[in-house]
Each structure stands twice: as structure tokens, then as C-alpha cells.
Ligand binder design. Sequence first.
Ligand code: DGJ
Length: 691
Amino acid sequence: YGSKISESDAVWLAGRIGKAYQPDCEGNNTDLDIDNMPSECGFAYRGDFREPTVVTERADGASMSRYLYASHKISEGVFEPAGLPHARRGDKTLYVTLRDGFSDTEIVLYYTVSDDSDVLVRGSVIKNAGKTALKLKKAFSFCTELFAADWKLLKLEGNWVAERSPEITDLGHGVTKIQSLRGASSHQMNPFAALLRDGADEFSGECYGFQLIYSGSWAITAERNNINQLRIQGGVNDFGFCWKLGAGESFHTPQAALCYSSEGMGKLSREYADFIRERIMPPAHAFSTRPIVVNNWEATYFDFNNEKLFAIIDESAKLGIDTFVLDDGWFGVRDSDRSGLGDWVVNEKKLKGGLKAVIDRCKSKGMKFGLWFEPEMISPDSDLYRAHPDYAICKKGTTPVYGRHQLCLDLTRKEVRDCVVEAVSKVLRENEISYVKWDYNRDLADMYSESLPADGMGEFTHRYMLGAYDLFERITSAFLNILFEGCAGGGRRFDAGMLYYFPHIWTSDNADAVERTRIQYGTSYCYPLSAMSCHVSVCPNHQTGRTVSFDTRGAVASLGSTGYELDISKLSEQEKQKVKEQVESYKKIADLVLGGDLYRLCDPFEGDRFCEMIVSKDKTRAYLAGTRTKYLPRRNSSHLRIYGLDENKTYKITETGDVVSGKVLAAAGIPFRELREYESFVYHIEEVKKK
Ligand code: DGJ
């Protein structure tokens, strides 16, 4: 795991590591050497004093373990963990079986590699090979050890409306932990970490990436021991986790996608983008042209009727927008966020003629129709709750924790999932719907299910996520023609697990163009641009109050799956003309957003500029968009260095007329356009073929 080396070097390295750390498992006094031994699976209470990777407890309460190599095999293709999102494709998988005679545990660590990818997929299967039940108290997905270096940890921290800000810190001695305990991968911390070696940055140096293909409570820890070795590992959060493993039973961990780059974070991100598009996203949609949507949420919130929606539809159709998405408020009694969730039946008092009237209007204008759901939730004021109060997560006799006035459904129960699948599918079956926005607006609390035994509550949080994945799978696979957009109060659940079902996700409830430069920049560290829904919204912006030109909003929203989140019918004629032009120009670069390589040229967290470029795989075309995020006079370089083109090709920048080689564009760059605060620019770059 790292830079590619020859087989003979690998053999030499293995021999050297073997001698330096020779463990003695027979119990004489050299035993404690294993405390420093690089391990692929750390164990508990038997001489390795670092945090373990897997912990089991026998019926007699003993938890000591030491997993030793037993055998291995290499097979074609991938391993598919039961009920979990996973890499769909890979060349070969190495399976290493470890056994521990004491705890009767058998662990199969697996590693999937592919010649055309620098992403290594890891996971494990933990089996109770004994005759009595075991408790599995920790079951991380991967463990990797790296040698001494000046490692920096890059994490993506954030909040609602400020998701995924890169934060780089030193790694001191001891354990550094990043995690979510919210039952969702979370706004606050993304299930991703990178290690940057000895001053690595965006463009150069060695970086290691660690990304979980998981959407529930997770943890990644980095432990630097006193001889400066680093153990990094992660998986399902072990806080409160306890999984009963009967004799012969197995637990499949979620997968982790590990990546290595010797050319800085930029290359790491491009590897991850390819991995997610080619191996994680649903193949039917991963590279298919995304619709340009108009969503009515910020246009109307809950206050809409046929007339208001028709006005948006009619104007949008004229401007080339192809899909209208009806957001929250169309069902049950739902005029605010206090009621109605769970009642997936159209409110005909609000929408005369039901969904059909809106769909017919879309069709008559040549548009497609999309619909919002929040299937995992229930409002206490709903018919569903009145009929099945027990479907909500809540311990009887206690007041549950509310979030946005709503409760979560107990998805650990099959009958609850069946009820949701039927209610949502009925709407999808009976209406012509080509797009679904699947929302999730609170974190999980009250981790308790009446259906689990008293000693089974440690399974609840992970079982919730398995239940949610079952819902996603059943509904998305039954409606393959529908494009499912993920959403969770914006970016609460933006992770590779969700992208397995939802090829793009509403990146943040903050659609202010300036804030979006930062949110989209951070998100692009490990997810492709096409995974991000990026909409132009109204000004003054509803979150920040900021006013930014239509051009700048369009430029920033063009760096993802674009759309509009405003009342198109209320725009001025000049603004409508802008929408028309933006839609036309986006269609010309949509293929780059879907399949190109991203180069982050100016970091909006530093200095006062943001600039990103997408380059076609064959490096004949590129699209570049940038803006000035704040005005700091003379604080930036006067030139924009354009990295990522082919050094040996000559290019023309349409907007400036410059004709110059990729080599000079990277080394010297072009003069930075003088920009006022929040002003933006876009460049279309094309190869000039030699005659
Ligand atoms: C949160 C989402 O992020 C918004 O876009 C919108 O769909 C609301 N929920 C609706 O309640």
C-alpha cells in the first residue's frame, strides 16, 4: 500500500520487517516485541498495547486475542459484503485468513486491487469459529501501519450549511480520533481522512487517503506510538457497539477505500473521483447526463399551489431546464415541518388534481417531473403515527429526542421497512416520475428498539443503517429509470455508502455561491464533481443574506450537477436570459463534469480566490471557473498557473484568445483577471491541432 514497487523489493521488505519485529507467540519473554509490530489487524490484551482493530468477548468474559496468519488465497473480482454498499468492480481480491485459537475467532481480511486504479478496497469477515456465542465489541474495517514521518492529518470537518472544510493538523503522540455518533456520517465530520507526508500539498508529495463506504456512525483513529510509528484504522464506531455472534455466524464489516498518491492531494482526489464513478455509483446513472433541475424549495417553501408551481414550470421550460422537482409539502397535512411525514399521499386540497395535474403540466411543456420524499421519518402528527406509534424510535415510557419536530422510523424492523417500501413505491408506480430527492433531516438518537432483546441494543445503530440500505436497495432497484438524488438536510450524509444508491447528493443547504466555493472544494477531496448537486439560488441569499451576481452563481453551480433553486417566474427578463445562456453553456461541458479530471487551482480557504478546472481524459478540452471570494488587495499571485493540461499540446483559451502550450500554462500561467469581490470568470480551453 503505497508507491508501486517491484516484486523483489517487496520480498526484501517483507523479510526485513519480519526480522525487525519477529513476534514470539509461544509466551517467552520476548513476547512484548509485538507491541511495535506493524499489523494488519490489531488485537487486544495479548501484548499489543495499541488500540485493537477487532475485539471479541467469550462467554466466560475473556477478551484476549492474538490473530495469526493461517492461510490466503487470491480470487478474481470483488467481495460483496451482505447488505452493504461496496465496490462493484475490481480485478483481484486477496483473502488472508487469521485465526486465534483462544477466542475461537476467524477473521478473513480482504484486499481488492485493480491495475487501473490506485484505490485499495479493504474489509473483513469476522466469524465465530467456536461452539458458544461470542460478543463482537469492535469490528473496524481496516488497519494500516505507516513508518515514522512528519505526518499531517487532513480531515473534513463542518456543520449544517458549512460542510466539509479541510482542516490539517499535526499528529502528536497518542490517539487522534475523528468520528460520528449521530447514526449518520454527519455534517460535522466526513468519514474520510488523509495523511500528508513531510510537507505534501495539493500538487506534490505523498498522501494516503482513507474513506469509509459507510453512512452510519463511524470512527477513524490515528495512533502515533512512542517510536513514531502510526497505526491508522477505522470502521463502524465501537462506542456502544456489541454484536452477538452465535456459533458459526459471521459479521461483515463495511468496506474502506484506501488510496495513495505521490503527487499531492490533487491526484488523490482524481483517483477517488474515478473510483466512485466507475466502481461505486449505480452504473445506469454514473456517467449518464444529469437533468438540469429546477427545485421549488427556496422558491415557495411549504406555501405553494397549482398556480405557483405552474408559473415556475412554464418559465423553466422556456429557458431549457428539463426537470421540475417538487420539494417538501405535497403530501398528508404538511404546511410546516411539524406534521405529515409518513403520509405519502398527495394533499389534493393544496394541489388540485393531485400530482397528475403537475406532471401533466410538466409534460405539456416538454419537462420531466421529480418528487421529494423523506421516507425514513415520521411526524408524531401524522396518520402513520396514529396507526403505528410503535414504528417510531422511542423507548416506551420516555420522551424521545425530537429533531425538526420529527422522529425516525425504526428501520431495524422489517415490517416498518415493508410499510415504507410500499408507500413510496405506490407513488412511484402510479405517477410518471423520473427523479426522486430522498431527504433525511435529523440525526439518530434514542438508540433503542423494542424489537431487539435487552442484550442486543449494542447492535441497534448499525442495524438501523443496514435497514436503511435495505430500503435504498429495494426502492432504487425497483425503479431503475428514476434518478435518485440523496439529501440529508443538505450534506449530513455525503459519503461513498450513499453514492452507491444515489449518484448525486444535495451538497449543502447553503447555496450561497461564495460559501459554496468552500463547501464544494472540500467535498471534492474525495468525491467527484458529478456527485454534488449545485444550484443557483436567489439573492439576497436565504442563508447568508449575501448578494452575488447571476454570473458568479452560475459559474460556481456549473462545477457539479447543476440546477436552479429559486422562483424562475419572478426573475427579471435579463436574469431569465442569463439562465438560458447558463443552461446552454452547461450542456456543452456536462460531459466534463461527468467524466473529466478535476484540478483545484486556487484554494478558497487561502487567499482571496477560488478556481477549479475540469480536463477531459484525453486532455484535448478543459473548462475552468473561478471567482474572487473576498477582496484582499495585492495578496495573491498576479498569475494563474493552469496545471493539468498536456505539456506537449498547444491550447487556445476561447475567452482570452491566448494560444500557448500546456507546459507554459503550468509553469508561468496567464495573468490573473482583475476581479472585483465576488466577480467570476469562466474559460473554455481547447487543443489547437498541429497542421
Ligand atoms: C432539507 C433539504 O436540504 C432542503 O433542500 C429541502 O428539501 C428541505 N429539507 C425540505 O424540508
